[in-house]
Design a protein around this ligand. Structure first.
Ligand SMILES: [Zn+2]
Length: 340
């Protein structure tokens, strides 16, 4: 049965985060505080995270374990959460659930990452080149509707020979549009208890930054995270959805790089319109995740239209600040006051 969490429990789960946040963001001179204050005080800008969320959290799953198909994914789907699955399509576990990986899971909104075709490591440049290419081919086959080229997350396989240099690796990542993910961090290596795992979410909220937990087996297979810890983490993320952007590794990467390389300025203001100039430094073919922008509007403005080129954007007004998602493309954005 798909019973929703009782409200009281949900509130309690994220209340811990809110308390921790107010306690930990107080020190004067904290970089994040300074940045947040500047953003809130400016008349227009790019919000730090998508939809104005306070923090980011990512769930990663390595080795295309059978327990991902049987245990991890159904629990994510139940809660409307997303994970990045670093697959090895040439290995037994993937082959054991081939139809699920190739046909069913891509439709659930999960993201795939490249963990190489057979988890062989990189004894030579040629071996890694082939391993990356074959894995990318399968990922593309699983998502036939996605445009190409596109960015895919890369998780380096551990516990296998790796003798090539970082420079050689980086050249191959570039060749295949792969983006290196953050270093593996998770149970049972770095987080040893349920409390350690849950604290990762609190820490991300307190810092206003990205946190992540990486898994091998979930309730089965190897280096296994027990189900009760996994469920507790998902429940906490569900409870914190209003403040935490739970996303995949490529979306996080895109937003961060786009936002870091972009600038939004007000270039003209009239009684009925505000013209903004968005300047982006990223390649719009690969970096195509909308940025969340905001602009302060006069109190008497009650109805609006927001246009970017030929597109009309959906905007939300809250406390005199208009917020909207815009493509990360350089050009003009116009906010017009319309008849109420
Ligand atoms: Zn692995």
């Amino acid at each position: 049965m798909n019973k929703p969490l009782p409200n009281v429990r949900v509130a309690a789960l994220c209340l811990g985060s809110a308390l921790l946040m107010s306690a930990n963001t107080a020190p004067a001179g904290d970089d994040n505080m300074t940045e947040a204050k500047t953003a809130a005080d400016a008349d227009a800008g790019i919000l730090k995270w998508k939809d104005g969320k306070q923090a980011v959290f990512m769930l990663a799953f390595d080795d295309s374990c059978v327990s991902h198909v049987d245990n991890a994914i159904p629990e994510l789907v139940k809660r409307g959460l997303v994970g990045t699955f670093y697959i090895n399509p040439g290995n037994g576990p993937f082959q054991n659930r081939k139809s699920a990986w190739e046909n069913d899971i891509p439709k659930t909104g999960m993201e795939y990452g490249n963990h190489t075709f057979k988890h062989k490591g990189a004894p030579s440049v040629d071996v890694l080149d082939e391993e990356l290419a074959l894995c990318n081919d399968v990922i593309n086959k699983c998502f036939p509707d996605r445009k190409q080229p596109r960015l895919v997350s890369f998780g380096q396989p551990g516990g296998v020979p790796w003798t090539i240099t970082d420079e050689e690796k980086n050249q191959l990542l570039k060749k295949y549009n792969l983006v290196q993910r953050p270093s593996f961090f998770g149970y049972p290596f770095h987080a040893k208890t349920k409390e350690d795992v849950l604290k990762l979410v609190d820490n991300a909220i307190a810092k206003g930054e990205m946190g992540h937990h990486d898994f091998h087996g979930v309730g089965g297979d190897w280096l296994t995270t027990p189900m009760d810890i996994y469920i507790a983490l998902l429940d906490k993320l569900s409870a914190c959805k209003d403040v935490v952007w739970v996303t995949d590794a490529v979306s996080y990467h895109k937003y961060l790089v786009e936002r870091t390389g972009a600038e939004l300025k007000i270039v003209a203001k009239t009684n009925n319109a505000i013209k903004l100039q968005l300047a982006c430094s990223t390649d719009p073919e690969l970096y195509d995740l909308p940025l969340t922008l905001y602009v302060r509007v006069p109190a008497q403005w009650k109805a609006f239209s927001v246009t970017q080129g030929k597109d009309t954007l959906v905007a939300q007004l809250s406390d005199g600040v208009l917020r909207f998602a815009a493509s990360p493309v350089s050009g003009e954005i116009t906010v017009r006051r319309t008849a109420n």
